[in-house]
Design a protein around this ligand. Sequence first.
Ligand SMILES: [Zn+2]
Length: 369
Amino acid sequence: MNGSALSRRTFLQSLAAASAGSALLGPAALAAATDDPRVEQILAKYISIDMHNHAQVQLDHPPQPSDSIPDLGGAIRRSGFTAISAAFALDFSKLEQPGDAYGHFMNGLAWLDEELKHGNMRRALNLHDLKAAHEKRQPTIVQSCEGAQFLEGRLERVEEVYKRGLRQLQLLHEKDDVVRPLGDVYTRPAHLGGLTPFGADVIRECNRLGILVDLAHASPETIQGALKVATKPILVSHTSMDKRPGNKPIPRGMAPHLISAEHARVVANAGGVVGVWIHVADTIEECVQGIKMMVDAIGVDHVGIGTDSDITGHQDQPNTNEIWPNHNGGLFRELAAEMLRQGFKPEEIGKIGGGNYCRLFDAATAGHS
Ligand SMILES: [Zn+2]
């Protein structure tokens, strides 16, 4: 989100207001998600993943015995997704001194450790782990982070967090690394010339170790620079097309977050995947129309789902499983049902729901332990 033009809270309030309106849309919006038996068949057959989810963590302290631990496993099960890519942003809190972002990052990881332990789960480190989780119907996460400010100029920390289980790294969010910035973001004036030499080093290190590079929030120039350096396809985990179905107006402050067809094609042509948000969609029908627009622009092999919501239902974020009124049967179940209604074939839903991500994740992590 853009902290200056639009606070996260204001944005979410406008989202909630828009969603409340969708309850008035009539029978189509009230249809039960899981009438179609193909939905459960799709869930059973294909690995699915929310490529960007803010599962709740606390960044100011590691979990204490008195803390209540969110039911991450239960929430993923309810969603119908096999997995989420669990990301937390470090730069909503103050980052003034080297050490601040690193400390917060370690606290976030400790919280997820605890949530995984409570659900008898573990992080997926490669495609084999995702397949095993899917076969056992055991929820899992891919560990990510929204913004690599925890690096604080120290390239060796990429390997350190790799050893802690991180397998997807979103280089940029809103604020620069306080020591060595990695590149320009799309919500602030460019001042770094796109990807910085340190950003390039981080991408090379991710490619070397086996970490999927996520360029959500990067400016088009930064992405162009990244594609020159990267030896593996890249992900843009959460955005939407810069046009809405029916040419509805773009909500104030949202335009920088959206991607042009031309820009999305640059990512797809390099083998990458672009994730479609639940944001900017007032209804689930509109969300699926947005997915269709992205598919029409870049092809069914290059689109995924990146909700940018919170599956454990933190009060500051939309709850992944309760985004639209009357569609609370679990987000991926609901989306798969609506995609079928709008004419997607099951195998296309399999690709968009997770198959395309799996291809990238495997390309990034294969051959690494
Ligand atoms: Zn984001």
